[in-house]
Design a protein around this ligand. Structure first.
Ligand SMILES: Cc1cc2nc3c(=O)[nH]c(=O)nc-3n(C[C@H](O)[C@H](O)[C@H](O)COP(=O)(O)OP(=O)(O)OC[C@H]3O[C@@H](n4cnc5c(N)ncnc54)[C@H](O)[C@@H]3O)c2cc1C
Length: 420
């Protein structure tokens, strides 16, 4: 395999596809490599939100104790399997350091700005560029059915209001006007009108087609086995289909980036945060407002053509391949506690790995030790919400022009051991 592409993008999920799109449209010669099919990673089965309302990081004070207690509760939303793993230990150490009010504040502010920029870009992609990916700005509804759920939902809305995220408290009748199928058990909800949602597999297809129309080439079934460097430059990409000699590499392979970067002697500290998704026949005549079920931390997103996509759980189990057993089997049933959807038929079961950084921010930037490597990884729970802005930032980095954001908090070497 020979190639003269100026930029090789590794990873065909939402982030890699966005990078390829913006780079190709800026006139770069792009080759996108994906080891499986396009959109076969975390981008496939997520909750589909582009959510300013989900800008708060996981690393809030008190979360570690709660998660550890979850190891004993099979139904807990977060789960950690304690194990001897140096990378996990280093990740938890950094995570703990990020669990403080100042860090939460700066992370939330930046995340919110980035998601809002993404929403603008999604609007441009849909209207100016004519891409069709089911982009809707119908808001997000956080439903509750207990005093505890109400208190948690109101506290979250109040915190978010402090960052300028608008919300509206709805009583049960107002909720029912928006989503007539909610059950009598639902006591109310919080509506976040700024939130959007979309169809991620269509998004990836459209971005890739747009990139190809602008001259990019795409190779699926091509796994990057190793990146080789001499000094400060990547000189070769070894794949299962031959070796490439790129001018520049954009690493956008999600939860697997830590392994790829380790081959270059770099430490990214990304842990796979396993989550589960289910396609349900439920809701043929469904509404169009995505929902979060506050007590269960489960989501339901109505699909445009009927049916719904349901997601839940965050498990720190490494690249665990199990189906999740009884712990996740009940997720589709939780829907019926909130929305009267009649018979629930599960059409598809899925799991994927959120690429989680300890501080909740993605890693975007040129690595200081490897000058032709741009990282675009670690988007955690928000890769759909952050994909287009990442594509734009990577394109700016490749051009070496002034950046639209201060990238210091996202810098790629921030988890490396401090040198004396
Ligand atoms: C249950 C769940 C719900 C979620 N809900 C939301 C949500 O509502 N909103 C939101 O914004 N985010 C959400 N997320 C997170 C979001 O899905 C991810 O942040 C996002 O998909 C990451 O995109 P990516 O392109 O970086 O990674 P991926 O989509 O995982 O893509 C990486 C790609 O790289 C490929 N790859 C890996 N290694 C190699 C290699 N060596 N060579 C070639 N190719 C390689 C993989 O096959 C994969 O296709 C959710 C995640 C989960 C699990």
């Amino acid at each position: 395999m020979t190639d003269r592409s100026e930029v090789v993008v590794v990873g065909g999920g939402a982030v890699g596809a966005s990078c390829a799109y913006f780079l190709a449209r800026a006139g770069r010669q792009v080759l996108l490599l994906e080891r499986g099919d396009l959109c076969s990673g975390s981008s496939y089965g997520n909750a589909r939100f582009v959510p300013p309302s989900r800008s708060l990081p996981l690393s809030v004070p008190g979360i570690i104790g709660k998660t550890l207690r979850g190891t004993l509760d099979p139904n807990a939303s977060f789960r950690l399997k304690p194990r001897l793993d140096r990378e996990l230990a280093a990740w938890l150490w950094r995570f703990r350091a990020a669990c403080n009010p100042e860090a939460v504040q700066s992370t939330t502010r930046l995340t919110l700005d980035l998601i809002r920029r993404s929403i603008e870009l999604y609007e441009e992609l849909a209207t100016r560029d004519g891409l069709e990916f089911g982009f809707r700005r119908n808001g997000l509804l956080a439903l509750f059915q207990s005093d505890l759920g109400r208190a948690a939902s109101l506290a979250e809305a109040e915190t978010l209001r402090g960052y300028g995220v608008a919300s509206e408290l709805l009583d049960a009748d107002a909720v029912r006007r928006l989503e007539p199928r909610v059950t009598p058990a639902v006591e109310g909800g919080v509506l976040y009108p700024e939130d959007a949602d979309l169809d991620p597999p269509r998004l990836v297809r459209e971005l890739v087609a747009g990139a190809e129309a602008a001259g990019a080439r795409v190779q699926t079934g091509t796994e990057v086995l190793r990146l080789r460097r001499q000094g400060r430059t990547i000189t070769e990409i070894e794949t299962n289909r031959g070796t490439l000699t790129p001018k520049r590499v954009v690493l956008a392979n999600g939860a697997w980036a830590g392994r790829t970067a380790a081959e270059l002697g770099l430490r990214l500290l990304i842990q796979p945060g396993k989550g589960y998704g289910f396609s349900l026949s439920a809701g043929e005549d469904g509404g169009s407002v995505p929902m979060v079920f506050s007590e269960k931390r489960t989501t339901l997103t109505p699909k445009a053509g009927g049916g719904s996509w349901v997601t839940g759980k965050l498990d720190l189990l490494g690249f665990d391949q199990s189906s999740g057993g009884r712990r996740v089997a009940a997720i589709p049933e939780t829907v019926r506690g909130y929305v009267d959807v009649g018979e629930v038929e599960v059409l598809e079961r899925w799991f994927g790995y959120r690429p989680l950084t300890p501080d909740g921010l993605p890693i975007v930037g040129v690595h200081p030790a490897v000058e032709n490597l741009i990282l675009a990884v670690g988007h955690g729970r928000l890769g759909i919400g952050l994909a287009p802005v990442t594509g734009q930032l990577v394109t700016e980095l490749a051009a070496g022009v002034a950046r639209s954001f201060d990238l210091e908090p996202l810098r790629p070497d921030r988890f490396e051991r401090r040198r004396a």
